[in-house]
Design a protein around this ligand. Structure first.
Ligand code: A3P
Length: 308
């Protein structure tokens, strides 16, 4: 539970990562609910820095856990199948979605206690949870309680995907997005901090790390590894069905398979490729980003690698 000594920095950090999107007192209250969220043995938490392939991995995890219900993914919104925990701090569409459910299932529920967090808490069966927050802004026991899947993506493609995404909402020049990405002065904070928090836990048996680039190179090989980690015991034919359901083409054709961000008007997916940032960043900035990547990749871990 909420212990002052454990969470001294928790609220401060959370505020830094999220830029305190919701007004302060609600925000502090949510931090407390978030910190005390009870993870369970049969939960799977998907954790990513945004634009790393979260939606793709989310659909894969859901499909692997619901192999007999695959068509549902194309008719039932992602929010109805996966709990977007930290969207309580951010996104009004899923926030409202969870609030509407709560009004019928738990009329006494308060909005300021987080509709997604509360809806997830009420769910009795195994849950699929998603959060963009880094490991140090989760309850410290999370990995001992449940399985966590973390997805990493090359920082340049990640930044460029972010640029495309935010450009549809609040246009900003690529120079600005690149600079703020490198300083970490951006939603969900510093990229390296985020991946480092996951990478240093990589030997924990409850953590499985996926690389977007590996998924693009050989999705079947990655699904086979996930199959072992999750203990889903799917055969080749079933895994092939997961591949087809979660292909870029199929996800693009079915808006229920990506988060519903109103301002994006249904255009969430861009190219879904490795190296999408190539030739898109002004040369001087591109060179600085290369140096920044080299320096930080070494700090995180010498074995940390990218395939693009
Ligand atoms: P691009 O913007 O480069 O196209 P997130 O879900 O974390 O926001 O990440 C979004 C990125 O993942 C986008 O990258 C999106 O196109 C890509 N993506 C989503 N579904 C995908 C899929 N099925 N296959 C490949 N890439 C996918």
């Amino acid at each position: 539970m909420w212990k002052t000594e454990d969470i001294k920095d928790f609220k401060k950090k959370l505020k830094t990562f999220l830029f305190s999107r919701r007004f302060d007192n609600v925000y502090k209250r949510l931090a407390k609910v978030y910190y005390n969220f009870q993870y369970r043995k049969d939960d799977v938490l998907l954790s990513t820095y945004p634009k790393s392939g979260t939606n793709w991995a989310a659909q894969i995890l859901w499909a692997m856990k619901h192999i007999d219900e695959l068509p549902k993914a194309m008719t039932e919104n992602v929010e109805a199948r996966i709990f977007l925990l930290d969207n309580d701090f951010l996104d009004d569409v899923s926030h409202k979605y969870y609030m509407d459910i709560l009004r019928t299932t738990r009329p006494e529920a308060k909005e300021e206690d987080g509709p997604a967090l509360q809806t997830a808490a009420l769910e009795q069966g195994p849950r699929l949870l998603w959060s963009h927050l880094p490991f140090d802004v989760h309850n410290p026991t999370v990995l001992d309680k449940c399985k966590v899947v973390y997805v990493m993506r090359h920082p340049k493609d990640n930044m460029f995907s972010r640029f495309i995404h935010f450009n549809k909402i609040t246009p900003a020049p690529i120079e600005y997005v690149t600079e703020s990405f490198m300083t970490g002065d951006t939603l969900y904070g510093n990229y390296w901090h985020h991946v480092d928090e996951a990478w240093k836990r990589r030997h924990h048996p409850n953590l499985h790390i996926l690389f977007y680039e590996d998924m693009k190179a050989d999705i079947m090989a990655e699904l086979e590894k996930l199959n072992g980690f999750l203990g889903t015991g799917l055969n080749k034919e079933q895994l092939q069905k997961v591949v087809e359901l979660t292909s870029f083409k199929n996800m693009k054709a079915h808006p229920t398979m990506v988060v519903n961000i109103e301002a994006l008007h249904g255009s969430f997916l861009h190219k879904g490729e490795v190296g999408s940032s190539k030739g898109q960043i002004p040369p001087e900035l591109d060179a600085r980003m290369d140096a920044w990547i080299k320096e930080n990749a070494l700090k995180v871990d010498p074995a940390f690698r990218y395939s693009s």
